[in-house]
Design a protein around this ligand. Structure first.
Ligand code: MN
Length: 443
């Protein structure tokens, strides 16, 4: 899958601590991220986020579906590059056709691991097949450690056997769990497994004490070490646990993805589909992709053009710290100057800047006296600081000052207006007519 340039905003509860004795579980909530392009597909992203960049070497976790492909159009990601990482595709339903510049042509199917090593550079395309009616799965990335991050392209396929537990089942696609070990090699110790639990069942899994773990809930509601987790929540537990206790609190089956690994102690720089160590390295990789360098090779058989890289941000891409400062005092000390919101007329957007750095924007088009807001984004490094709300409030206030009216096509702006009074008198409904006009205008 290809990452978007900047990430859209979803509600985030932020990390919360367990309110009872036992190991502390942090609940990392997902944000909705539309993948953009012609597809309407939206994913729920739990990694990276402000509170946590990595779990072991796992650096990216997108959960999607179950999506009715007749409605969303399914997945169609044109050839795009990766460096410094491995991608793990794991499906619960549907089928994806994978093609890469190593020459691999594979089908990703439920219960089957497809691990692609980007190393120094690879390109691939991912398209859901015509036979797919429901698309449902996860896309995970693994950061490669410094000494191996320029390794050669590779691809591994593995179908783990289901291992029965008392009350459930696991499928171990990377690492070891419940007596099964994946034969697929990794560059750092890792755990990746699908766990299913029968209704109301509890299991206790023996795990490596050196590992930190993340439990991503696909279906149902569970408790991890006593802490409730809902759909698309990622429950995080630090190292030092010899066992993980998981309970299904529903009358239906529960399904989860369990991730683990020893804390990854290198700082990484992530931008678009690249994982590196420094800004310049990302700039070079982007340049090489734009100029069709041999570094990434060619994807054969995809019907369409390659995905162009988005524009670089106007400032240095900063390394991600992991984890975020744990106590609010340290956080307060690092608080930057008040953000600034401005309208940039020729770009048809309002921007929010933090310390002079572009942190996000909300885009609009004017239709007579109406200002039609259609898209809002906050850069990933700035998520979780309330910037979207501040940006939109000031933008809407500016609309009022300009004597115009608001049309909230953007789901974030619509959600803001539902929660905040003060703009109802200048808000117009989103009619099919407006949607049609907008589609034409953006075309
Ligand atoms: Mn990809």
């Amino acid at each position: 899958m290809s990452d978007a340039e900047a990430r859209s905003i979803g509600p985030s509860r932020g990390p919360t601590a367990a309110g009872e004795a036992g190991p502390r579980v942090e609940v990392l909530s997902a944000r909705d991220v539309p993948l953009g392009g012609p597809r309407a597909m939206t994913v729920r992203r739990t990694l990276p986020q402000r509170a946590r960049t990595l779990i072991g070497a796992w650096c990216f976790a997108d959960h999607y579906g179950p999506d009715d492909v007749a409605e969303t159009g399914g997945m169609d990601v044109a050839p795009h590059p990766h460096i410094g990482l491995q991608t793990v595709s794991w499906l619960f339903s549907g089928e994806i056709e994978h093609r890469d510049s190593l020459g691999i042509h594979a089908f990703v199917r439920p219960g089957e691991l497809n691990l692609m090593t980007g190393g120094n550079g690879i390109a691939h395309s991912e398209v859901s097949t015509p036979a797919t009616t429901v698309l449902h799965g996860v896309q995970l990335w693994v950061a490669l450690p410094g000494e191996h991050r320029h390794t050669a392209r590779a691809f591994h396929h593995h179908v783990p056997r289901p291992v029965a537990l008392d009350g459930g089942e696991v499928r171990v696609f990377l690492g070891s769990l419940a007596g099964d070990t994946s034969p697929v090699p990794t560059f750092t110790p890792l755990l990746g497994a699908e766990v299913t639990l029968q209704p109301r069942a509890s299991v206790t899994l023996a795990v490596d004490e050196r590992f930190e773990h993340g439990l991503l809930v696909d279906q149902g509601e569970v408790r991890l070490a006593g802490t409730p987790l809902g759909r698309s929540d990622l429950g995080y537990l630090g190292p030092g646990q010899a066992t993980l206790s998981i309970t299904n609190t529903t009358d239906g089956a529960a399904r989860m993805i369990l991730l683990g690994g020893p804390p990854f102690d290198e700082q990484i720089v992530m931008w678009w589909n690249f994982v590196g160590r420094a800004h310049d390295e990302i700039v070079r990789a982007r340049e090489e992709w734009q100029h069709a360098s041999d570094r990434f090779g060619e994807v054969m058989g995809y019907d369409g053009d390659r995905l162009p890289a988005p524009a670089l941000p106007g400032v240095a891409i900063r390394p991600r710290r992991n984890p975020a400062p744990p106590n609010p005092e340290r956080h307060a000390m690092a608080t930057p100057a008040a953000p600034v919101v401005r309208r940039v007329e020729d770009k048809h957007r309002y921007e929010i800047l933090v310390d002079g750095v572009l942190a996000g924007f909300t885009e609009y088009l004017d239709r007579d006296e109406q200002r039609v807001f259609y898209h809002t984004e906050i850069g990933d490094a700035f998520a979780g600081q309330g910037l979207a709300s501040r940006l939109v409030r000031q933008a809407l206030t500016d609309v009022r000052d300009a004597g115009k009216r608001i049309v909230p096509v953007c789901p974030y702006v619509a959600g803001f207006l539902e929660k905040h009074d003060g703009f109802a008198d200048i808000t117009d409904p989103v009619t099919p007519d407006v949607r049609h006009w907008l589609r034409e205008a953006l075309h």
